[in-house]
Write a protein that binds this ligand. Structure first.
Ligand SMILES: NC(=O)c1ccc[n+]([C@@H]2O[C@H](COP(=O)([O-])OP(=O)(O)OC[C@H]3O[C@@H](n4cnc5c(N)ncnc54)[C@H](OP(=O)(O)O)[C@@H]3O)[C@@H](O)[C@H]2O)c1
Length: 399
């Protein structure tokens, strides 16, 4: 059916690319373009038996003109951005210049401030609309599937949703004292930032990890989890009418938190440049260089993830609670595509969002988050492509 240009070749991209190749009737041809071309070529080699035609290219996606040139040469139907949040705007600019639709999994973040919000990308809405192209923002798991779950709950289970609690649990064990399961720089920026949640029309900000709860997750067991700021809170607050509160919790083990606190205390998580042997370096980028590459955790990670949403609201004038979630097994993901479940749970929805845009099931010119579309085709595709969902009509609630 079409051609996709996929930018980035890290943990998430490797899963999305495997999935595109399993879905070759939609993805007839893909171009993998990333900073390190050897990684793209190695992946192409692994997938040489696929029916999808694969090309590769070296690309610095910070440079809009380079992205424009590659799009003009390859002429894709869509660009799937699986590089880092820093590249979102330069790639969106290239998409505008070439009138090409765009998909990503994480919202823009300026390098120099650990701050992520949709305002920068939503500001492209009118220009994308005028150009007749679409941007689908946040088509990973969280954000991504959590937004689709919210749209599905609203369509099929509620007249009005009042609260959403998003719970992201990782019961995986990789055997290292400390490692992050996606890009360490982005992950540590996220978890060391202040927490926040949405309540009654405004943001409530907290100290990092200040709100702790415990929850029993099917497939994992009882886990401590902490309230974080997360980007889908911002879009769901805008797109779910009548919503009163949205919170996001992620599980962390004590060992992870102790290491993180120590690294913070000695300044290793700072993003302020320092002089080291006459050269400016950013401590967090140096830390990334010495930590295990998340893409290498696949063979050694055992256990499961359990990610989903608890909804409370009204149906037929009755109060109602409902939970939607997915359980994903690290080793099963590894056996299928050679990656652990965090990359898997992000890469599969990235492929699905791109597929729905390419086959025009989800298409309207402008810039949109996933919950702005009919959730049913996405929910069907989750079951088909490896992330089956489950529901619970009397879930445990969180105070
Ligand atoms: N929504 C969700 O549920 C969710 C969950 C996890 C992650 N994510 C997002 O997914 C994205 C990818 O994460 P990941 O764990 O796969 O990260 P990763 O393993 O670090 O991969 C990032 C890839 O982008 C490439 N890259 C970086 N800068 C580039 C540039 N200027 N030009 C071209 N390529 C560049 C890197 O190249 P090198 O190989 O040379 O380093 C690498 O291949 C991130 O934006 C992350 O925030 C979303």
């Amino acid at each position: 059916m079409g051609k996709a240009l996929i930018i980035g070749c890290g943990g998430v991209a490797q899963v999305a690319i495997h999935k595109c190749c399993q879905n070759s009737s939609v993805f007839e041809s893909i171009m993998i373009a990333s900073r390190t071309r050897e990684k793209c070529d190695a992946l192409k080699d692994k997938l040489k038996d696929s029916k999808t035609h694969i090309e590769t290219a070296q690309l610095d996606a910070d440079d809009t003109q380079q992205v424009v040139n590659l799009i003009r040469m390859y002429q894709p139907d869509v660009v799937l951005n699986l590089a880092l949040p820093y590249q979102d705007l330069s790639i969106m600019d290239a998409c505008l210049a070439t009138k090409t639709s765009y998909v990503d999994t994480a919202n823009y973040e300026p390098r120099e401030t650990a701050k992520f919000e949709y305002s920068w990308q939503w500001a492209y809405h009118d220009r994308f609309k005028e150009a007749g192209i679409m941007a689908l923002l946040g088509s990973g798991f969280d954000p991504g599937v959590t937004g689709v779950f919210s749209a599905y709950a609203l369509k099929h289970q509620f007249d009005e949703i009042h609260t959403i609690d998003i719970l992201d649990a990782n019961g995986g064990d990789h055997g290292y004292p400390f490692a992050t399961n996606f890009n360490p720089e982005i992950n540590i920026r996220e978890v060391t930032a202040n927490g926040s949640y949405w309540e009654n029309g405004r943001w409530i900000e907290t100290e990092p990890m200040a709100i702790k709860r415990s929850y029993c997750f099917e497939g994992i067991g009882q886990k401590d989890m902490y309230l974080l700021h997360h980007e889908e809170i911002e879009s769901l607050a805008k797109n779910i009418p009548g919503i009163r509160r949205i919170r996001f919790f992620m599980t962390f083990g004590q060992q992870y938190l102790t290491h993180l606190k120590c690294l913070e205390n000695v300044g290793m998580t700072s993003i302020k440049p320092i002089l080291f042997e006459g050269k400016e370096i950013i401590p967090l980028q140096f830390l990334k260089a010495v930590l295990p590459d998340p893409a290498s955790l696949g063979p050694r990670t055992v256990g499961k993830t359990n990610i989903g949403c608890i909804f409370q609201g009204i149906k037929d004038d009755q109060e109602k609670t409902y939970r939607l979630y997915n359980i994903c097994d690290h080793q099963e993901s590894y056996r299928e595509v050679g990656s652990q479940a965090i990359s898997y749970t992000t890469g599969v929805p990235a492929m699905i969002g791109t597929m729905l845009l390419m086959n025009q099931t989800w298409f309207k010119p402008g810039v949109y988050n996933v919950e702005s579309f009919d959730p049913d085709p996405f929910m069907d595709a989750l079951n088909e492509w490896g992330l089956p969902w489950q529901e619970d009509h009397s879930p445990e609630l969180i105070d």
